[in-house]
Design a protein around this ligand. Sequence first.
Ligand code: NAD
Length: 494
Amino acid sequence: MTAVQAEQGVLAGDPRMLIDGELVQTAGGATFDVVHPASEQVAGQAADGTVDDMGRAVAAARRAFDETDWSRDLDFRVHCLTQLHEALERNKEHLRRVLITEVGCPVSVTGSQIESPIEEVKHWTEHGRKFEYLVDNGVHDTPLGPARRKLHYEAVGVVGAITPWNVPFYLNIAETVPALIAGNTVVLKPAQLTPWSGSEYGRIVAEETDIPAGVFNVVTSNANEVGAALSADPRVDMITFTGSTATGRAILAAGASTVKKTLLELGGKSAHIVLDDADFSASLPLAAMMACVMSGQSCILPSRILLPRSRYEEGLAILKASMENFPVGDPWTPGVMQGPQISETQRQKVLGLIQSGIDSGARLITGGGVPENLPVGYFTQPTLLADVDPDSQIAQEEIFGPVLTVTPYDDDDHAVAIANNSIYGLSGEVSSADVDRAFAVATRMRTGNVTINAKSHFGIDSPFGGTKQSGLGYRNGAEGFKEYLAIKTIGMPE
Ligand code: NAD
């Protein structure tokens, strides 16, 4: 790393895992390197946990669920998660530096990745505290006379949480805190590229909260087999997963033999339908910004822009100018909004997909390569491709880079058909001067979430989930909390 970066804040995270209440190395002491994507330098190491380590963590979580009263003592859980919220607040700047170090996320856009998840801990603690765990479902006639039915919401059991690298701290919290306050015990397996957002979370739980041994465990590893072991373990009752659709399919298959409850938030290839009456000067600069912030490494990014043929070149010109002026650079510098891709492998994947688009007849409007002024770090130019064939690889595969594809359409029906031409159904956007018209189009999009005129669908108050091959089940909202609960229906005398 450069001296400037060291001064600015590159910070190695904790190299230990949390298993059964202890902060530990793996048995043989093996570690793997964590690279700072803006400097390409090794920033430190993480424990390279094994399938055995995962087995010990699952055993600890099973024991804590079966043999302690964690799942039945709501007051104690509220106490522990209130402590966790306070501890995360105290560690906020430390967590921010670790996040920037391992992800390369620009400091200016870390709010949604640090402040928001810490707030979410408070939200879920309050939600769990107020939740009605026992609901009277009324008296019903049965052949043996009237019976009252009560619905008892109970923790599912041991939850395995597997997270990706793009928003690691946020997703570590989003997958585990609702599970914990609902009374489950948890084993978290963070992504290989971002182990520290998980290990730091484990350290804070161990050192600064009363969360008992075994209730929360973190196993870092450089091997996919360790996540696979968690998703196949018969002692695990539920898997909550965020990541690619390919891994989601493997997790679903691995859980089939024990009929594991499985919550999947997977990939996306969302479309933004810009209707012909839309205010292009408002909607398109924002569309370009969304493509570049987080280096395009966002699952909900509407990366396929659909422009009306009647205003096609006008739209392209606005997008081009917005992308060419986007502040790309060192993530530690305030004001920079796009940092590097997380790894050279990811950057090569992005560049390869751009080339496949060009090969299939797309017109490169801007970008397409590596910024000349940023030779070190895994940076990619904001890239705009026009005339993209909706059936081509670049229109069908998730790019996960600062790339927008643009396709012209003839009328609203045509736009909806192109938007729905995807195996994914995660998110989407519609822009129009006429909100009713935009709403009508939104209801025809086969996707879990839609934003109209930049008014975001995403928030802790509202359910978020994918349709088609983008997922199963919900995060956020009342529905997202209930995912971590099973309903026991109890029939009893009136
Ligand atoms: P990934 O699927 O490669 O990995 C995610 C996690 O799964 C990692 O922790 C990895 O170690 C683990 N894993 C890999 N193979 C496994 C297996 N066979 N069994 C169990 N676990 C296994 O995803 P990624 O590259 O880390 O993340 C990017 C993907 O995540 C993109 O597709 C993106 O759209 C998706 N994502 C979705 C959402 C959402 O809410 N829908 C949010 C963020 C990211």
